[in-house]
Write a protein that binds this ligand. Sequence first.
Ligand code: HEM
Length: 370
Amino acid sequence: MLEQLTGHEDPHPIYERLRAHGPLTTDNGMWITTSHTIANKVLRDRRFGVRLADGSSPANGSLLPDSFLELDPPDHTRLRRLAMPAFSPKKIDEYRARVEKVADALLDRDEFDLIADFAAPLPISVISDLLGIPDSDTAEFADYGALVAASFDSGVTPEMANAHDKVLALFDRLIAQRRRTPGDDVISSLVAAEAEQKLTAQEMVGTLVLLLVAGFETTVNLIGNATRALLDHPAQWKLFKANPELAPAVVEETLRWAPPVQLTSRIAHEDVDRIAKDEWITVLIGAANRDPEVYPEAHKFDVMRVHKPEHLAFSSGIHYCLGATLARMEGDVALRALARRMPDLRQTGPIEFRDSVVIRGMRSMPVSRS
Ligand code: HEM
């Protein structure tokens, strides 16, 4: 049933059909859960991982096989620890003023595309800056990130493999440069860790590619989905404009109601109840976030909602999004800037949606300041 999701603007009718089969069901030989409780349990349960039980990589054509997103402990723990300091709440807080400046500059326009001109360039600029990618290379990295994100759905095409090789060469160049002249950026700190033999050169590139792609292919959709939800719910848009301190609440409700990452999966490392060793389970984040057992009126977008338990937009357990604090801050800054600078924002043309089952968001949304 999941393959029917391709090209659907609204996945929820299909999610609800799956939910009607029970909290844990099968589709095309794969286990699927729509339940928040089961999803959270699976994501936290060490009997499930992202590799096969013998530690080998599942052959699913990933462009990120050397990244810690696709590794189990102990390698996952070792590599995640090396990347963590750059994304600590303290570091992100120090970074906020720079993000505000970028957001403000991007909004110096009247007629524009919400995605191409605002929601995308903001996180691209932020993650490039954090990693230490010069402006001159940013566009190339951005095009590449979009291709990797597309590979989550369609597998790796020759075009993607080609772009991947180019980006590896770009990172190799930047790494060599930081070996000579270290700076205050993530590439430099990973280069230092490599010199202390805490990770291999291949793992370093894998980590950088993950941070780059995770850093903007998701946040663009948080900003886009939140803006669209607000414009589609004028009373809540009005409430937010009058109370900008509600920005974190708007961010959380968007993450619950329209999460940029709609699903993830795990592999059982041993038999767990009905799930046999090496079988896959797909966790439908988008459905779990609207589980009526957990959230009253789950389909309603309500920025005043109390989020207990936390939604699963950032996953759960050991792979919980490393960039969650950064993404929340970027969403907060972007939405406050829009509300302040563009209180009469309106849609001026048809929305184009991304054709993806994993990542949900818009490709384009023409808007005008007035
Ligand atoms: C709204 C924006 C974002 C969303 C919805 C999001 C969502 C997610 C999800 C669902 C996962 C876990 C996948 C799984 O469990 O299989 C994840 C992992 C990750 N995210 Fe994010 N993410 C966002 C922004 C960011 C940003 C800005 C960064 C910064 C670089 C980032 C870096 C990462 C990394 C490094 C991981 C891997 C964590 C691990 O495997 O331990 N993400 N993200």
